[in-house]
Design a protein around this ligand. Structure first.
Ligand SMILES: *Cc1c(COP(=O)(O)O)cnc(C)c1O
Length: 538
């Protein structure tokens, strides 16, 4: 097959402030100095023989091929990249890593086929593992290289700091546990994450893992982390690193499963070429920060035949409203409360049954805005797109509102559609899916399946080749509260028998390590971090 390696893939900032960066730079930095996000200078197009060359590859082999298009071999030699990929996915419980399963055990023949792309077979039972297992190994790889032949204080040490409402923290901890030259500090709101999420995080006893429970809200944790990053002295002293979903490596790692699910179905259909009249998926993605679905956008731009991408939101619906009205706008608490009776917190975020999607703005949306600007509201050059995005983001920062010209909305709607789903629909979807298909959804996946059910036409109206695939972002056992609420008393339902994986049995009784910080105060947290780092070295 053709050599798929990009000779020199370079990266730029969405706000135009930097160009020509290496993959290593953008992974270790996370955010650009102009406040923008990193994107590749060009989206690689698939090699001409991609279908025949890739259709029978394992998940790991496919991941290697896709990553190779974005990472220069001069930066990570092919043998090293293969090894990184192998190790990252050896921790998954399913041989296919991300299997695509039909939802159809008891499906009526008059219904079109529905699929779930199960992304929760990693160590923490949520889709973030797919990216963070890889990112943890990448950090370690880059640090090892920097530290070759160095000893003691000479060694480059990375201190990863993050805030979590549950899922990101545990996936980051499992991605970084035991890694050399990296320490990880995860702040969570004390007693405000689910019992199983708290247990997942705090029972990891590796010396480089530090849980900090803050007496406050998730926003307090996030604000504390932000003030650590904006303290140049502390940052320089401890070399802070970020693992939140704005890190480019996370988006990149997620592209693989769109291709893998496509090939899974192509093999079932004995397809020998990428014929969209026989197979053209429509992906439905439960969306919060727009990271998961953005990976689908890259897959489509690379040339994977995808008909469309559906943004499934919960009551925190900024993306749905942009789709609907063309205006990207933060909702104030007052407006949020009047609108649908779901209580919003002081920042305007509504608490729903799908907490990993409870966001006010979607941080990765800026990356898509750059492509929309390039296509529809600039002079069509990267510099022009960067200027437009910088202008948009500063407008958004000062007014909380962004209203691009109509062509931008049209460009968006060519690929994306959106629906929003309330808590009542989440519960009803978990129940009906269990009753109809004997399959138990987590509340985030239920947002997606609810959208899939609403948009799927009757079988006779399905255009040739169309199939619907909802991304299943978490195992239901992580969100037992919502699942119990939906299924309590329904025929044969029992959490212990039907949902709980054996890995969770006894987890809550295991030994834990966590520092509780009684005040919301960045200085206090800095002190805790320094004390823990000293302890780690002893
Ligand atoms: C993080 C998360 C999401 C949202 O993904 P984004 O990439 O932020 O859009 C959805 N479901 C679950 C279970 C998650 O943990």
């Amino acid at each position: 097959m053709a050599d798929t390696h990009s000779p020199a893939q370079r990266y730029l900032s969405t706000r135009g402030g930097s160009y020509g960066l290496s993959f290593e730079d953008v992974v270790l930095k996370g955010l650009a100095t102009d406040g923008g996000l990193f994107i590749p200078e060009s989206i690689p197009y698939l090699p001409s023989d991609w279908f025949t060359a890739w259709s029978k590859l394992t998940f790991q082999q496919l991941a290697y091929e896709i990553l190779s298009l974005y990472i220069s071999p001069a930066e990570i030699p092919p043998a090293d990249l293969r090894n990184l990929v192998e190790r990252s996915y050896s921790t998954f419980r399913h041989p296919e890593v991300t299997p695509t399963v039909p939802l159809s055990k008891h499906q009526s023949p008059s219904e079109p086929q529905k699929y779930l792309l199960e992304l929760f077979h990693g160590p923490t039972f949520a889709f973030k593992d797919v990216a963070l297992q890889f990112v943890g190994n990448l950090f370690e790889y880059f640090l090892q290289r920097k530290n070759e032949g160095k000893a003691g204080a000479e060694r480059h040490h990375l201190t990863v700091v993050g805030a979590t409402s549950g899922d990101t923290g545990s996936a980051a901890i499992y991605g970084l546990r035991g890694k050399k030259d990296v320490s990880v500090f995860i702040l969570h709101p004390h007693k405000r994450v689910s019992a199983i999420q708290e247990a997942q995080m705090t029972t990891v006893l590796d010396r480089n893992v530090h849980n900090v429970a803050v007496e406050g809200t998730f926003d307090d944790c996030q604000d504390t982390v932000k003030s650590l990053f904006s303290d140049p002295e502390f940052n320089k002293l401890h070399n802070l690193g970020a693992v939140n979903s704005i890190n480019w490596a996370r988006i990149l790692a997620q592209i693989t499963y769109y291709f893998y699910s496509y090939f899974s179905l192509a093999r079932k259909l004995n397809l020998t070429s990428p014929d969209p009249s026989v197979l053209v998926p429509i992906y439905v993605v439960p969306t919060g920060n727009f990271g998961d679905i953005l990976a689908g956008y890259y897959a489509k731009r690379m040339g994977l035949p995808i008909r469309s991408l559906w943004i499934a939101t919960n009551a925190n619906d900024i993306l749905y409203r942009f789709f609907d009205s063309g205006v990207y706008e933060k909702q104030t608490t007052a407006a949020a409360n009047i609108k649908d009776g779901v209580k919003a917190d002081a920042s305007g975020v509504k608490e729903t049954l799908s907490p990993a999607m409870d966001i006010l703005v979607s941080s990765n949306f800026e990356r898509l805005l750059w492509y929309l600007a390039l296509e529809a509201e600039s002079d069509g050059t990267p510099a022009g797109a960067g200027d437009t995005v910088a202008k948009w983001m500063s407008e958004f920062k000062s007014t909380g509102r962004l209203a691009p010209q109509a062509p931008v909305r049209e460009a968006f709607r060519k690929t994306f559609s959106s629906r929003r789903v309330g808590d009542d629909e989440i519960l009803a979807t978990i129940k009906s899916t269990y009753e109809k298909y004997d399959y138990i959804l987590d509340p985030h996946t239920a947002v997606g399946v609810s959208v899939m059910n609403a948009i799927i036409p009757p079988k006779e109206e399905v255009a040739g080749g169309e199939v619907w695939i909802t991304l299943s972002t978490a195992h239901p056992a992580k969100f037992s509260g919502a699942v119990d609420l939906a299924l309590e008393g329904v025929n044969g339902y029992s959490f212990e028998e039907k949902v709980r994986p054996r890995e969770f049995v006894g987890l809550e009784e295991r030994e834990r390590r966590c520092r509780v910080v009684g005040v919301v105060d960045a200085e206090v947290v800095k002190g805790v971090i320094e004390e823990e780092l000293r302890g780690e070295r002893e």
